[in-house]
Design a protein around this ligand. Structure first.
Ligand code: XMP
Length: 510
């Protein structure tokens, strides 16, 4: 196993993903993990992440300096490289000129860490401090026009570092850096697969749950469905999957999901909470407030439902790694940064939750969840269903949510998705949905003036939802969808198409 010491970088998860992509087990831990804990994990390599902080701050996040004495190979990335310099006698200074974005690397092409990377290859930088002097015993073998020390190593002490970010896709040959470090320098054997994951997680859950019962919030999306089937396989009928009909789901979705799970021999309880969700959302237009209200109400319902069974002690959720990272900057403690959105299955949890959480997919990305789901025998209908956010259509109705707006959006969405499927385009898109805007525009129908709602169509391609590009749906398909929506959904007279990528936009509008 490889461990990543997380100093609060937004990209820590991308380091995890890079290592997992090389089929090596990996875990993110707090930057101040103790030496004893590291020794009990017994990792084959340690990676030090980047950070929004500076080692020159008054109280910078720093790891225990004894990690450099353990003899375990270390790779420092950006701030991680600066931590190494700081501790081992180098010098870090605030750079006069920040280096941010694409840069061409200069390298002698001989050292193992950058094997296969040539001068002129594009790397991605994001740092405002730089190393003025590398520690004694280290050698450098790479620079950029702005940075003298772009990489350094001390092979005798097994310590390596790069100033750039090999984990982001903008560094074209970034994965090669991890490959060189993990396979060639650390000599780690790749043996991590989704099957290993299932085996490991099964053992842990079986032990943790014991005789207790587990309630699970099922939405019918890939994440909660895979969680349900995985848990059902491990603990059987001790799992109680509850599908809360919030009234904010897609048209006919509740009935479809129930039918699919019945077909797999898994009974689900459907709780009709349509009225209370709408009541709770009455008069609320702020996106974060909506998310928090929905998250809280979900939990209230779970707790209430759980009380109907005698021995419920756990709440299972299909939380994925991107949900965790975007909801709380850092997966580990005490490294604050910016909350992008409160994903309802994390951000809305009340402090005093009476049930313990089980989140078996917490360290996986969507594409890995699909591989696990396939292994568990879930039908493609579920596995390749586009992701659907926990707060449902509420975050796709900009402004206040009302019953009428939900009905309108369900009709629009139904036509959109149906057309994508009929034109064999649904499977070529990662996620497609419609958004109802809080504005009316003027139109003309027959000889009459109309003044009705506008909806936006969004379709994106993505690997994990963390970055996304808008999908170039052929015009003829878009034309048909637009015509059908305007002609068939009373109350809509204009359709627009969203051509924003993430970042800087997000996938959902709220
Ligand atoms: P954003 O809008 O953050 O969305 O770019 C990234 C992916 O996450 C989905 N999403 C959610 N999923 N609970 C979820 O389970 C949520 O609260 C939530 N909010 C957004 C979104 O649909 C996209 O796939």
């Amino acid at each position: 196993m490889v461990i990543i010491l997380d100093f609060g970088s937004q990209y820590t998860y991308l380091i995890l993903k890079s290592v997992q992509q090389l089929n090596v087990d990996c875990k993110v831990v707090a930057y101040d993990i103790s030496i004893q804990e590291i020794q009990s994990i017994n990792p084959e390599a340690i990676i030090l992440s980047g950070s929004p902080y500076s080692v020159l701050d008054d109280e910078p996040p720093l790891c225990d300096s004894k990690i450099f004495e353990l003899g375990i190979p270390i790779l420092g990335i950006c701030y991680g490289m600066q931590v190494i310099s700081h501790y081992l006698g180098g010098e870090v200074v605030h750079a006069k000129k920040k280096e941010f974005g694409y840069v061409e690397i200069i390298t002698d092409g001989e050292k193992e860490l950058l094997k296969g990377i040539q001068t002129g290859d594009v790397i991605w930088m994001s740092h405002s401090d730089k190393i003025e002097k590398i520690p004694d015993g280290f050698e450098t073998f790479s620079s950029t026009a702005n940075t003298t020390f772009c990489a350094m190593q001390n092979p005798a002490r097994k310590i390596y570092a790069v100033q750039f970010h090999p984990e982001v896709s903008h560094t074209e040959k970034g994965l090669l850096v991890f490959r060189n470090f993990i396979y060639d320098i650390c000599k780690i054997t790749p043996n991590w697969t989704p099957v290993t994951f299932i085996e490991k997680v099964s053992k842990q859950i079986e032990e943790e749950v014991g005789d207790a019962q587990v309630v699970l919030g099922l939405s019918g999306g890939v994440d909660s469905s895979v969680t349900a089937v995985l848990l059902h396989q491990i603990i059987g009928d001790k799992l109680i999957p509850i599908l809360v009909d919030t009234g904010l789901m897609r048209k006919n979705e509740v009935a479809e999901i129930k039918q699919i799970f019945d077909g797999m021999g898994i009974h689900i309880d459907v709780v009709d909470a349509r009225k209370s969700f709408l009541e709770n959302l009455k008069g609320v237009a702020d996106p974060e407030q909506k998310r928090k209200i929905i998250g809280r109400h979900f939990i209230e319902i779970f707790e209430k439902e759980a009380k109907k069974f005698d021995n419920v002690q756990f709440l299972a959720q299909g939380t994925l790694y991107p949900d965790v990272i975007e909801s709380s900057s850092s997966k580990t403690k005490d490294v604050p940064s910016v909350v992008i959105k409160s994903h309802h299955n994390v951000g809305g949890l009340p402090e005093k939750l009476n049930l313990k959480l089980i989140e078996p997919l917490r360290e996986l990305f969507k594409y890995e969840v699909r591989v696990v789901g396939k292994e568990l025998g879930l039908p493609d209908e579920i596995l390749y269903r586009h992701p659907f956010p926990g707060p449902g259509l509420a975050v796709r109705i900009i402004g206040e949510v009302t019953e009428e707006k939900v009905r309108l959006l369900q009709e629009i969405d139904w036509i959109y998705i149906q057309e994508l499927k009929e034109n064999f385009y649904y499977d070529r898109i990662w996620q497609a949905f419609a958004v109802l805007l809080p504005i009316q525009t003027v139109g003309v129908m027959g000889d009459d003036r109309t003044y009705e709602n506008v909806c936006a169509l969004r379709a994106v391609n993505s690997l994990d939802g963390m970055t996304a590009d808008w999908t170039r749906i052929p015009y003829q398909i878009l034309r048909k969808i637009s015509n059908r929506i305007i002609n068939e959904v009373k109350g809509v007279n204009r359709v627009v198409y969203d051509i924003s990528s993430k970042p800087p936009s997000t996938i959902e509008w709220e």
